[in-house]
Design a protein. Structure first.
Lengths: 423, 569
């Protein structure tokens, strides 16, 4: 990131006038965060989350919980992992090598079997109730660890939209970057090459208008919106947006993550975490394989496997693994039955999720599914259990209660802590 | 109770003057409360225009207001009878009906909004609109109001909760899982209310199949199946129960379509598009979330619904519960569709008028007489304006639930017309509030304020622009009652093409550097976009911006990104 700073000085100086602040001010806002990685190592808990969200519901049987030799198992072979006695699908060889760093949950259940609702549950811990405004995990972390002096958004979604901030309000909404094909954020540069002086004058006029309006009506409202504009202006000015520019990475690194949108986004996630962003969600879409399940999964695993593996390697190499939590999974699994079009249908009754990083043991498989992957054997793990554990690990009280209307809600929705996976 | 109702009906028959409403409000003021003065005429003009039509006022009216020569009451009267009023309030009411704004906001902007607009244009009361909505049968092609039910296809339980909240101000949703901890609702109440919908089936079929049915073709269940996704076809056999169900659905659709078009059997049209034209609906009114499908709602009293959700171990309680209304009564007429009976009961219930009045009040003043706006089941002693709400509701009922009457009554009050002030602290309607505009209104205001040539050619174009602002740029959280202005909205406004290329074309800055010309231009821009003159400090800052950048954008984007422009105040 020192490199980012060096290469970005040009941006700082040209945008200085608009910001109405000096280079020193920008650096003052940026440097403490840049230096915080070392500080974080001393923190007992991680403060960062990377959520690799596999939209559509991946088949656990064809990824992290293979059933070789059974009718449900399908055509994929199982391969040995670094964990004795546990195998993964043949299409996840790199993650199999790194299984010693992972926590694999194999008896996850969801209450919801349709995408929209299950996706909401996975992100918030609650089934959707119209108008209720439950916050998603990323927004909760953003709210908890919000640092107004930090120029980047604290919750970034790459390749997908995430869910809403609900009761935590607009400052904690996900900053959505659906496509990042060239490493540049849309609408970050002034339209049509506006001069610094012109930008500064526009900024002054905006502030004057809002101040005058606030004085005549409601100062609080003007301040709130002014704060959003100010954050947008600072985003235009900060060199830290270079963290979105995955193209700056060496060719070998790009290749290791995979030359596809998910690979680029995972690499961007690493850069954003390095820059100090609290939560990055990366979506890999396309797992809803009612048809052609096996070609779909082979293809998507070829994206997931290298990108997630390299992400783990990079975080470890940069001493960020123990201060970052990685969670990977979809909204539900896919069933043991293979239909006439070689598809598998939704299966919320039992599926797998993978976690890794700070606060967690390394190399743990928790729970198991039955012989066909249909149902959990013994204790199952619910989505609120996972969120409760996640909140605990990052240092947020999962029982912290908020009021939505006249309904009190607990962040973890009453889930239980998964103690066997905690350090 | 009977005495109260008799009293209320007498009160409702009396003219409810704006003065009496203001007196009721003032009666709740603590000694420290100071009422703000009535807002200047140009401010009022902008406020009323945006509230009644979602549009900026005409420049001629702004000039008249500045010269204190505007007949405001006459303008209000004309506006309430205008197509623009029906259009705007069609969308306002449609937004009340949207349960998941992130997904269904486009539906509110298009089909549902258009449908309510048509009802309002025909002077239907809100009771008739609610009855028609709740009991609707048909396809989203014939009846855009059907879109309402689509939102609840995956989770029908949410329908009961949303309906009770919206139309009756009753928060029963919590009682789906447990007896409500603070309110009177029990799980049995919820199940009984939801059971009123157990006959209703919400389905989406591929559009090509519906095209054939609209054309009056005879389609066999086997042929129908060829249009369905393969996983639906799996296991389908002729003469099975599933085949009979498909046949029955097609028969009933044919009857409904025939009834709409006045034809029996064949409608003589060959596509959804032609059908829309035949029954006089614009293309953008089709209600499906995806254009490849057509949604429809039919009642099937004789057939228990199969549980379509892919994971539900237990049958929901409402499927076996006996239908009940929220007052405990049961549907009185055996053999009559349950939804029809529910709609009749609901709109006759005392809480219906109160819920509607409270929502309209909130729309116009920024805060309901009761808050939260969807929870009216508080005891009167913690509802400071219970009496006023009763009187307004009685008046609304006496005026046949006409929205025009209610809006006219409210905008004539001093409470509505005062200068805006801060929202913090205890609020007693002693001044107006600054209210965020909806994205669609902002888009219109941008286009109208900067000149006529870029006005949308069709409603759909405006809806598309609105979608861009509302859903593409940034997901909106909360319940859709307000728009979060996010970092991405700000970046789009600052650096995106609409503000920088499309709009300035209408308001090019003067080429000369003469300060007098520039001042006149700045004042003209302020009049168009804010409906007021620039203050000295604002004019100086605008001239400075113009000096640094000779494009009109130098002044336009700060205005379009300002709190004032995005607000009604």
């Amino acid at each position: 990131l020192e490199d980012i700073m060096k290469r970005s000085h040009g941006i700082v100086t040209t945008r200085r006038a608009f910001l109405g602040s000096s280079l020193a001010t920008v650096l003052a806002a940026g440097w403490p965060r840049l230096l915080s990685a070392a500080t974080l190592q001393r923190s007992p808990r991680p403060r960062r989350l990377i959520f690799l969200y596999l939209n559509g519901g991946p088949s656990h049987i064809d990824t992290f919980d293979p059933k070789p030799g059974t009718r449900a198992g399908g055509p994929f072979k199982a391969i040995r992992t670094a964990l004795s006695g546990h195998s993964f699908s043949e299409h996840l060889p790199r993650l199999a090598e790194r299984a010693g760093d992972l926590v694999v949950l194999r008896s996850v259940t969801s209450r919801e079997g349709s995408h929209e609702r299950a996706r909401y549950l996975m992100h918030t811990g609650f089934s959707p109730i119209p108008g209720s405004g439950f916050p998603c995990v990323g927004s909760t972390l953003s709210n908890q660890f919000f640092d107004r002096s930090f120029a980047l958004p604290s919750y970034v979604c790459l390749g997908g939209t995430g869910e809403g901030a609900g009761l935590f309000g607009p400052e904690h909404e996900p900053f959505v970057v659906r496509r990042n094909t060239d490493g540049k954020l849309p609408y970050l540069a002034p339209f049509g090459g506006v001069s610094d002086a012109a930008l500064a004058a526009r900024g002054d006029l905006t502030r004057t208008l809002d101040q005058r309006f606030g004085a005549r009506t409601d100062p609080d409202l003007a301040t709130r919106q002014g704060s959003v504009l100010d954050r947008a202006s600072r985003l235009m000015a900060t060199p830290l947006t270079a963290a979105f520019d995955w193209k700056r990475e060496p060719e070998a690194v790009l290749k290791a993550y995979g030359d596809n949108a998910f690979g680029h986004n995972c690499l961007t996630a690493r850069r954003l975490i390095e820059a100090g962003v609290t939560c990055v969600e990366v979506e890999l879409d396309g797992w809803d394989s009612h048809k052609h399940n096996f070609t779909t999964h082979a293809d998507l695993c070829q994206k997931l496997d290298p990108a997630m593996s390299k992400l783990i390697d990079d975080l470890k190499e940069r001493d960020l693994f123990s201060s970052t939590l990685i969670v990977c999974g979809g909204e539900f699994g896919r069933g043991p039955s293979i239909n006439s079009e070689e598809g598998r249908d939704h299966h919320p009754a039992c599926f797998s999720m993978v976690m890794a990083g700070g606060g967690l043991k390394r190399g743990v498989v928790l729970g198991q599914s039955d012989a066909s992957g249909d149902k959990p054997v013994g204790t199952s793990v619910s989505i609120p259990d996972i969120l409760t554990t996640l909140f605990h690990v990052v240092g947020i009280d999962p029982d912290k209660t908020y009021q939505i209307g006249d309904r009190p809600i607990r962040l973890g929705n009453g889930g239980k802590l998964l103690k066997p996976v905690l350090t | 109770m009977i005495f109260v109702h008799v009293l209320l009906s007498v009160v409702g028959a009396l003219p409810l003057s704006p003065e009496r409403i203001d007196a009721r409000l003032a009666a709740r003021w603590e000694p420290a409360v100071r009422a703000a003065p009535v807002a200047p005429l140009p401010t009022l003009l902008r406020r009323i225009s945006l509230d009644l039509t979602g549009s900026m006022p005409k420049q001629a009216d702004v000039q008249a207001a500045l010269a204190c020569a505007l007949d405001l009451e006459g303008l209000i009267g004309r506006t309430l009878e205008s197509a623009a009023f029906a259009r705007h309030w069609g969308r306002v009411v449609a937004r009340w009906l949207i349960a998941q704004p992130q997904i269904y906001q486009p539906v509110a902007n298009r089909s549902l909004g258009y449908w309510v607009e048509r009802q309002l244009a025909h002077h239907e009361g809100l009771d008739a609109i609610a009855r028609e909505l709740v009991s609707a049968e048909g396809t989203s092609v014939d009846h855009p109001g059907i879109s309402y039910f689509l939102q609840f296809r995956e989770a029908p339980e949410n329908l009961a909760g949303h309906l009770a909240k919206t139309f009756l101000g009753a928060q029963i949703q919590c009682a789906q899982c447990h007896d409500h901890p603070f309110e009177k609702w029990t799980k049995a109440d919820f199940a009984g209310f939801m059971a009123n919908f157990k006959e209703a089936r919400v389905t989406q079929w591929p559009r090509p199949l519906v095209d054939r049915l609209l054309a009056g073709e005879r389609v066999t269940p086997e042929q129908a199946m060829t249009y369905m996704p393969r996983y639906v076809r799996a296991g389908f056999t002729a003469n099975s129960a599933a085949a009979r169900r498909v046949q029955d659905t097609m028969d009933r659709l044919a009857v409904l379509i025939g009834a709409k078009t006045g034809a029996s059997g064949s409608t003589g049209v060959t596509s959804v598009a032609a059908h829309l034209a035949a029954i006089g609906l614009p293309r953008e009114s089709t209600g499906s979330q995806t254009p490849q499908t057509v949604a429809f709602v039919l009642d099937r009293p004789d057939e228990p619904e199969q549980n379509r959700r892919m994971m539900k171990a237990a049958e929901p309680a409402w499927k076996t519960a006996s239908p009940r209304f929220l007052d405990g009564a049961t549907p009185p007429h055996a053999g009559t569709r349950l939804r029809t009976q529910l709609a009749t009961w609901m709109t006759a219930d005392h809480h219906f008028a109160r819920a509607m009045v409270n929502r309209v009040w909130k729309q116009l003043l920024g805060r309901g007489l009761v808050e939260p706006v969807d929870n009216l089941y508080h005891p009167d002693d913690i509802m400071p304006y219970a009496e006023l709400l009763e009187e307004l509701s009685a008046g609304f009922e006496a005026h046949h639930y006409q929205l025009v009457w209610l809006v006219r009554t409210i905008v004539q009050t001093q409470a509505y017309r005062r200068v805006a002030g801060p929202a913090r602290g205890t609020y007693r309607f002693q001044h107006a509030l600054v209210r965020p505009l909806f994205p669609g209104t902002v888009v219109r205001a941008m286009l109208e304020g900067t000149g006529g040539s870029n006005l949308p050619e069709t409603a759909d174009r405006e809806a598309t622009l609105t979608d861009q602002l509302a859903t593409v740029l940034a997901p909106s959280s909360g319940n859709g009652d307000s728009q979060n202005f996010t970092i991405q909205d700000a970046l789009y406004l600052m650096n995106g093409p609409v503000v920088n290329r499309v709009i300035p074309a209408n308001l090019a800055a003067p080429a000369e550097t003469d300060q007098g010309v520039n001042r006149r231009w700045v004042q003209d821009v302020f009049l168009r976009l804010y409906c007021r003159r620039a203050e000295a400090a604002e004019e100086d800052a605008a001239l400075k911006a113009l000096a640094a950048d000779r494009s009109g954008t130098a002044v336009l984007w700060p205005i379009l990104a300002s709190v004032e422009f995005w607000s009604n105040y």
